[in-house]
Write a protein that binds this ligand. Structure first.
Ligand SMILES: Cc1cc2nc3c(=O)[nH]c(=O)nc-3n(C[C@H](O)[C@H](O)[C@H](O)COP(=O)(O)OP(=O)(O)OC[C@H]3O[C@@H](n4cnc5c(N)ncnc54)[C@H](O)[C@@H]3O)c2cc1C
Length: 478
């Protein structure tokens, strides 16, 4: 079969995986990326030799094809990182995943009894409906544990009350766990290999290194990766995309191709189609919501501050949601072993008061909050840098499914356009599932037949995840 030319929008995990699969099969795609580096949300930023992620990016998957790709592309530079992450709540550090002894001890016997009583109560009288996250979690863990461990952090992350977040999100992310199981495992041990995982894979110099290598392999195979090239428009004749218009510096470029793969956010894609879609479709796209994110990386004159890779900050008294310690991901992330680089993560909405603060104010806020938390007592914060990430999280509010349905139905009419990835499908995908959609999109072009919308719901979660539940996903928000 003769495969025509392929154009890929976005050099994040989805776009680069699609491109890499294509070059392996002798097709040379063109990848257009608006940013000055590859990796998308999974890129690595650098500042004065310090490397840091947009949040910490674990490489963990149950999808064999994806693991195989990671190993094949990075080889020896794909290191094993020991894992430790704890929850900070009411001035105390709690083991994570939840340990019954640790939790009982730190919450005290009185609070622990209340948690157990509320758990047994909900088991006797579950809430009749489970439409939202609050109801879903309460029915599985009881109202008390929900309020203690889930509510404050989850609302900090999403910026909306838990009763406005779809239960579907929880079903995807918290599946397979129960308080009973967490306690039994803690008391009697567990045979579930998944709960025993104490390390994960990580590229020596952060996730961007993986995506840099993917891009190099695409180019070695004859493909092209154009950085600083923003897609402005996708022209179509109602059935097929005919041309992509992109801006590179002061130049406007045009690309024609047989097949198109997009990993840009659905909202952007729909708004850039020319002719414009019907207003119903535009409205649906414009109503999809995103949560934005910024990280303040602080360089501290301290060799060792704490042993965790990251800490969840559940305390409502500070705005910081999570703190990464990049040295504990890979020592090579920090150029001077006498220093530490902490990534203070703030969840926000573009345009809100946090987002609008100047970089100097944000660095000051991060320093102050570090002081309140007491995580760098007596140590000097020498420098800091701020990175903002718009559209970090697709939001699953109570309307998103309906909007997504309208968009999906409309996009189906295009014979030669596939949307992939996290924001490209408005799916709360980690790298592995974003990659899987890219991989399958490439395979479709190569003659196979896959429904990308089945990834996550069908393939990953039903086939793979239900058999081995991800206990560490209890409240992990990636
Ligand atoms: C804080 C945080 C922590 C995370 N932690 C983990 C983790 O531990 N493990 C994990 O596996 N995953 C993690 N993820 C998820 C991971 O970042 C995403 O799943 C992954 O990056 C999605 O890949 P993608 O290619 O679909 O999209 P993206 O990474 O968003 O890439 C899309 C690319 O398209 C480009 N683009 C957009 N518009 C245009 C345009 N008009 N023209 C040209 N290019 C365009 C963008 O610049 C971007 O490079 C985390 C995410 C966040 C926010």
């Amino acid at each position: 079969m003769k495969i025509g030319s392929v154009l890929v929008v976005g050099a994040g995990p989805a776009g680069l995986t699609a491109a890499y699969e294509l070059v392996k099969k002798g097709v040379q795609p063109i990848v257009l990326e608006q940013s000055d580096k590859v990796g998308g949300i999974s890129r690595t930023e650098t500042y004065k030799g310090y490397h840091f992620d947009i949040g910490g990016h674990r490489f963990y998957t149950k999808v064999a094809e994806v693991q195989q790709l990671w190993d094949e592309v990075l080889g020896d530079e794909f290191i094993k990182t020991p894992r430790l992450s704890r929850i900070y709540y009411q001035g105390k550090f709690f083991q994570y995943p939840l340990s019954a002894f640790d939790t009982l001890y730190k919450l005290g016997i009185y609070e622990s009894l209340l948690i157990l009583l509320s758990y047994f109560k909900v088991k006797q009288q579950p809430l009749p409906v489970e439409d939202n996250l609050e109801q879903w979690v309460t029915n599985r863990f009881g109202v008390r544990l929900y309020q203690t461990f889930f509510k404050t952090y989850t609302e900090k992350v999403w910026g909306i009350p838990c009763n406005q977040i779809q239960a579907e999100w929880a079903a995807q992310r918290i599946k397979g766990l129960s308080l009973k199981k967490a306690i039994t495992n803690a008391l009697f041990g567990s045979n579930d290999t998944k709960t025993l995982i104490k390390e994960f894979n990580y590229p020596l110099l952060g996730p961007g290194m993986m995506w840099q290598r993917f891009a190099e392999k695409v180019e070695t195979g004859g493909g092209e990766v154009h950085l600083n090239t923003r897609v402005l428009g996708l022209e179509h004749n109602n059935r097929r995309i005919t041309k992509v218009i992109a801006q590179q510096g002061d130049n406007i470029l045009q690309f024609e191709a047989e097949h198109f793969i997009s990993s840009m956010p659905l909202t952007t894609l729909i708004n850039r189609l020319d002719p414009a879609p019907p207003s119903k479709v535009l409205d649906a796209a414009n109503q999809l919501k995103y949560r934005d994110f910024l990280i303040v990386s602080l360089i501290i004159d301290a060799r060792d501050l704490f042993p965790d890779n990251w800490i969840y900050i559940h305390s409502p008294g500070v705005k910081v949601g999570r703190i990464q310690n990049f040295k504990n991901w890979s020592p090579a992330m920090v150029p001077d072993a006498r220093k530490t680089c902490l990534g203070m993560e703030y969840f926000c909405n573009a345009g809100d008061s946090l987002w609008e603060m100047s970089n100097a104010e944000l660095i000051e806020l991060a320093k102050q909050e570090l002081g309140i938390l007491g995580l760098a007592k007596g140590k000097v914060v020498e420098d800091g840098v701020v990175i903002r990430q718009p559209k970090a999280y697709p939001v699953y509010d109570h309307e998103y499914r309906q909007h997504l349905g309208v968009i999906q139905t409309y996009l189906q009419k295009f014979e030669n356009l596939q949307t992939t990835g996290r924001n490209g499908m408005h799916r709360y995908n980690n790298q592995d599932h974003s990659m899987l959609t890219g991989l399958l999109a490439a395979k479709n072009i190569l003659g196979e037949k896959h429904d990308l919308w089945e990834v996550n719901t069908e393939r990953s979660y039903h086939e793979e995840f239900t058999t081995k539940p991800k206990s560490e996903d209890l409240i992990v928000l990636k």
